[in-house]
Every structure is written in C-alpha cells, then in structure tokens.
Ligand binder design. Structure first.
Ligand code: GAP
Length: 537
C-alpha cells in the first residue's frame, strides 16, 4: 500500500477560538485549545505564515512570546554558564560538515518507527502509541491509589498499597510486560515484533477506532538540503537535528582557548530541526525548535556520579520557578539512545499529560570517539597529573526552549472567579520571566497624567520592560495586563502629580497600595530580579 495523503498545512485547531476557563475538568484537548487561543490573542505564539493558512508544526513568537522566550533562555544561561565557572558557552553554526552526522550516528540511526492506520490514513509513531497505551494503565493505578488514600486517610501507606492492592498489581504487571516487549523490540530493531505488540494489546487508531495497521517502517528525521550554488558541485548537508554536535566538534578549540581542565562543560542554545511525523500538540513538537544544551566532559568512570549531580541540579533549576512541584517527575528511558549508557527525562504535566521536558543523558565517549575516527583528529584530554591522554566521557543536559515555554504558559494560565461574580484570565508567570514587568497606566489622558506616566517609564526602562497603556477603562487595562502576566501595574492619578505617589497593583493578590514613585525601582527589583531565582540554585 502506498503512503497515505498527508497535508503539510495547518490543522483547523490553530484557528483562534474564543477563550474559556481551562479548569482541570476540561478535557485535555480543550485545555490545549484554550491555551493556543490565548497565546495567539495576546501575542505569545502565532501559527507560522498564517496568511497562507500556516505551515504545520512551525510557529512564530509574538511580542510577548519573544520576551518570555528570551527570559527563559537568560535564566538557563545564567544558571549554567554564569554560576558555574567550569562551564563556558558557544554559538556554533547550524550547518555542519556532512560527515558530522555520519559520525554522530544520525544518518544511520536517527529514525522513528512509523505505522499507518489503513482506514483513517493517519500516521503514528509506533513507540508513542505504546507509550500512550502504557499511560492509560498508569492513570488506572493513580485512580486506585487515590481511592485508597480517601479510604484510609492518615493511615494510608502508598508504597504498601501499591505492592498489595490486586487492581494496582494487575495494572503494574501489564505495564511491565508491555515495556519489556517494547524494549526488546526496539533494542533489536525488530519492527515486526513492535507491530505484533500493538496488535496483541488491541491498540486502535484514535481516529478510525480500528486496528487495521500497516507494517512498521523506519523514517529518518533529518532535513537535507544542498550546499553550493554551482550545478554539479553541490553536496547534501543537513539542518542540525540537535545543537550538541556543534559542541563536540569544538571540544578541543574550547578546551584549549578557555584553558579548561576536566570536568568542564560547554553550553549552547539555538535552533534544531527535525522532520517530525507526529507533529501535533502546539509548540510541544515542532519541526523547527530551539534547544538549550550543555555537554559536561568528565573522566571515564566518573560519569554516573556526574549524571546524578546534573539530574539534581537541573531539577533544582525547575523547582526554583515555583511552578507546582507535582507537575514534575523523572522518567528513566526504557530504550537508551544509540549513544547513551544512562538516560532519563524530566517530565512535566502539560495539558496533554506528563511528557518529556528535558533529557539528561550519559553519552559515554560515543560522540568524541566517533568524531576522532571520522576526522582523524585526536579529541583527547591530557591529564598532567597521571600523564594519561584519553577521550572524555560526556553527561549532557538538553532542554527544549519551546517546551519550557509551553510548560510555563500552561502552568501559569488560570481563570479565576472574582468576588463580584466576574472572571479574570491571568498568567501567573514567575515574575522574573514575565514579558512585561510593569504596566504604567494614567487614569485619564489629560491633566499631565500621561506625561507623568512617561517620566516614570523613562526612569525604569533601562532595567525593566515597562508598558504604557492609556486606552479603555482602568479595569480593562488591568485585565489585559493580567492576561499577559505583568506582575505589577501602577496607576498615575491626580494625586501623583501633586505628591509623587502612585497606586501599585499586584497581579496575584490584586491588592493595591499607594507608594512613592521613588520606591518603585526597589519594589520592582525585589520581585522581578532574576537573582531571586538564581540565589535558590
Ligand atoms: N542532544 C540530545 C537531544 O537532542 P532529545 O531528547 O532528542 O535529546 C532534547 O531532545 C530536548 O529537545 C527534548 O527534551 C525536548 O525538550 C526538545 N525537543 C526535542 N524534539 C523537539 C521537537 N520536535 N519540538 C520541540 N522540542 C523538542
């Protein structure tokens, strides 16, 4: 059977729908739609080239989005590079010599196992179908555990309940059995066994509801293009599918120029490209996205200690943001990537459920070793203490900037019922990451209030992103700022002109107080300074 017809154009869900309360009782898909609508309406994320109906799995960041994205990147960069003197940064080119991708294994092994449903003509990743199937058993377990918690109250012992409750045990046994077969099939690249597992588990297509599946096939995810303008002299190069290889090929340049000894790290953030087949779920899985990666070069034999170290450090980075702690969990990989001897994900509870946000991988000497072989150049570290020269091992931390953006947006977005019965939509973005830090609102457009407001902005804008807004009632202006997550809004009124004071309103409590204009800089810094986050690390 031939490939089903697939449209590269945007699904209808991109079209903006009016926003509504994303309470947890909403189905997951509706919560994501709400978020997509909000992101578009308030200038966070737009479908790419929307006037031509968009291009699937590609997105543009709007005025608020680019600020939030820059702030996340800045928080990551400061935490990785500024706070660790043994970590330095680079910014490598997206295009790399084609041999890079032979050496890294991406030409041979950067594949997804794909399966099509013959009735709906929809294409899926076979491993994702199985993971989603496993997640259903996980949900059953979570429900059982919740029941137990309610029944036994304070005396509830979750570990014992999980080990003894027959329903929980049955579901856990199913999970273990499916995981074991999936791992065996993936490890041995046995695509027939993978398909058989899908059939045996009775997994059906969410669209057609049938189990009329094609064979499973491997599909390489790299985008290829041609380098060179003269006909016949061009050669195939790839858009990098990860930023990490730009770090590996620069290992010696950086180690020597920055005079680093082991252990040391190289950090980088930038674009990566993957021809994702199952490209759904908004900015969670895109074809063009950004990564923030750090490769930590260590002495062979010490990698597990550093792997544990970076797991802890990266989780602390997330926790400092103050998003709900139960939204994070570690998940060990069932199937290790071709380069890893240990790997886990930090998963986050997105509107679609728990999904990978960041990967922490112990990549052994796979990359440097293979670049040595393919380039013929020694990529070694000479240890003057032992007089030994060796290829270092690598522990990497790799987080998607867009996924982190979605994590923050989804956890921050709330619709609150107010005392007067009205509703407000608010983004409780961690204040240091908020796109706009302060809104300055003259009560009326006359009597010198706009001029006063502009003077206040002039005094603060060197340090903070401030926004001036004089349109509509003050209540509507507050709502607009809540909706983009501005931590503070100040109102400039007639008293301000007389005594140099303003009312300042807190986004989260909605409380207002009168303060001297001279105090604004300090009040603002106390709340929005990135140092607040970095000090917790
Ligand atoms: N260098 C290792 C590496 O690239 P990965 O697990 O394939 O590992 C790392 O990717 C992170 O990049 C993921 O945890 C995810 O946050 C992000 N990422 C991967 N593919 C993505 C995509 N198609 N769209 C958005 N983010 C993606």
């Amino acid at each position: 059977m031939g490939s089903p017809e697939r449209s590269i154009f945007a699904p209808a869900s991109w079209q903006h729908s009016s926003t509504f309360a994303p309470d947890m009782s909403q189905p997951n898909e509706d919560r994501l739609k709400t978020l997509i609508g909000h992101a578009k309406e308030y200038g966070f994320v737009f479908p790419s080239s929307e006037i031509y109906d968009g291009l699937s799995a590609t997105y543009d960041y709007g005025p608020c989005g680019v600020e939030l994205k820059n702030n996340i990147r800045q928080y990551w960069w400061a935490a990785m590079v500024r706070l660790n003197e043994e970590i330095v940064g680079i910014d490598a080119a997206i295009f790399m010599h084609p041999t890079t991708w032979m050496a890294s294994g991406h030409v041979d092994a950067f594949n997804d196992p794909l399966i099509d449903n013959k009735d709906s003509k929809k294409r899926y990743r076979a491993d994702v179908l199985l993971e989603e199937h496993i997640a259903k058993y996980d949900q059953k377990i979570a429900k059982e555990v919740e029941k137990g918690r309610k029944k036994f109250g304070d005396a509830f012992d979750e570990a014992q309940y999980r080990a003894t409750n027959p329903n929980v045990k049955r579901s856990q046994d199913r999970i273990d059995a499916v995981e074991a077969r999936m791992k065996a099939a993936l490890d041995s690249n046995d695509l027939v066994a993978l398909r058989q597992l899908i059939l045996d588990e009775g997994i059906t297509c969410p669209v057609s509801g049938t189990a009329n599946w094609t064979d499973v096939r491997q599909f390489n995810l790299m985008f290829a293009t041609e380098l060179g303008s003269v006909s016949g002299e061009s050669s195939t190069i790839y858009l990098r599918p990860e930023t990490a290889q730009g770090i590996f090929v620069n290992f010696l340049n950086v180690q020597k120029s920055a005079r680093q000894k082991l252990p040391f790290g190289i950090a980088q953030s930038g674009k990566a490209f993957r021809n994702e087949i199952v490209a759904r779920q908004f900015i969670f899985r895109m074809r063009e996205f950004e990564q923030m990666e750090m490769q930590y070069f260590v002495k062979p034999g010490t990698e597990m200690q550093w792997y544990a170290h970076w797991k802890e450090k990266r989780m602390a980075w997330h926790r400092a943001l103050g998003l709900p702690t139960d939204h994070y969990r570690f998940h060990d990989h069932i199937k290790l990537a071709h380069y890893a001897n240990a790997a886990c994900d930090i998963e986050f509870q997105f509107p679609m459920g728990f999904k990978e946000l960041e990967g922490i991988h112990s990549r052994t000497d796979f990359d440097l070793g293979n670049h040595e072989k393919h380039s013929g150049k020694k990529l070694r570290f000479f240890d003057p203490e032992t007089n030994e020269s060796f290829v270092p091992y690598v522990v990497e931390t790799s987080i998607g900037l867009d996924r982190m953006f979605l994590a923050i947006l989804s956890a921050a977005h709330q619709v609150e019922k107010l005392e007067d019965g009205s509703e407000r939509e608010v983004l409780r973005i961690p204040a240091p990451l908020a796109p706009v830090k302060l809104a300055v609102l003259p009560l009326v457009k006359k009597d010198g209030l706009p001029e006063k407001a502009r003077t206040i902005i002039d005094g603060l804008k060197l340090e903070h992103n401030c926004q001036y807004d004089e349109k509509d009632s003050i209540g509507r202006r507050y709502r607009r700022q809540d909706a983009i997550g501005t931590p503070y809004a100040i109102t400039v009124d007639h008293q301000s002109v007389q005594d140099d004071t303003v009312t300042i309103r807190d986004r989260d409590t909605m409380r207002q107080e009168r303060v001297p204009i001279g105090e604004l800089g300090r009040i603002l810094s106390d709340k929005v300074d990135m140092r607040k986050l970095l000090k917790q690390l």
